[in-house]
Design a protein around this ligand. Sequence first.
Ligand SMILES: Cc1cc2nc3c(=O)[nH]c(=O)nc-3n(C[C@H](O)[C@H](O)[C@H](O)COP(=O)(O)O)c2cc1C
Length: 159
Amino acid sequence: MKTLLLYASKHGATRNAAEKLAGQLEGEVKIINLQDKGSADVSVEDYERVIIGGSIYIGKIQKSISKFCETNLEKLLKVKKLGLFICCGEEAKALEQLAAAFPAELLKKAAAKGYFGHELKLEKLNFVSRTMIKKITGVKKNESKIKEENIKKFAEEMV
Ligand SMILES: Cc1cc2nc3c(=O)[nH]c(=O)nc-3n(C[C@H](O)[C@H](O)[C@H](O)COP(=O)(O)O)c2cc1C
């Protein structure tokens, strides 16, 4: 089964999670960072499985992801298997933020919906972002909490 795995990642957490997921999927997997490439040459209709993931900043998923979902909504609804995931720092709000990140039609269609944890590298952030993240998540030092078990479950649900 051919899989398209699209993601957006500001500091690398979602990229790490996407790469871990790709390693657990059977068959050919094409991974595209939507922020690097844009979506002009991405044809979802060429794939049986499509997986889309991004990270949450101030309550929202990256614009490149929401724009891609809006533009390709009809095509995504016809894909054989669809999976959606997020990375975010506030685990207690993960489901709520996932529900707000993707169009309702896609959430309804998705065979798998996942929260893949988060990573925080404070040295990569400017002062404003560092202050904001400490306030939002309470995290005060570097953290890597990618949820391996959630990625495994997601991969199984996408079979
Ligand atoms: C400025 C800033 C704002 C953030 N806002 C939120 C937020 O509103 N909710 C949340 O759950 N996590 C928030 N996070 C945490 C990120 O979603 C988390 O660090 C994630 O792993 C980043 O993934 P990425 O490196 O792939 O972009 C924020 C992080 C930063 C730096």
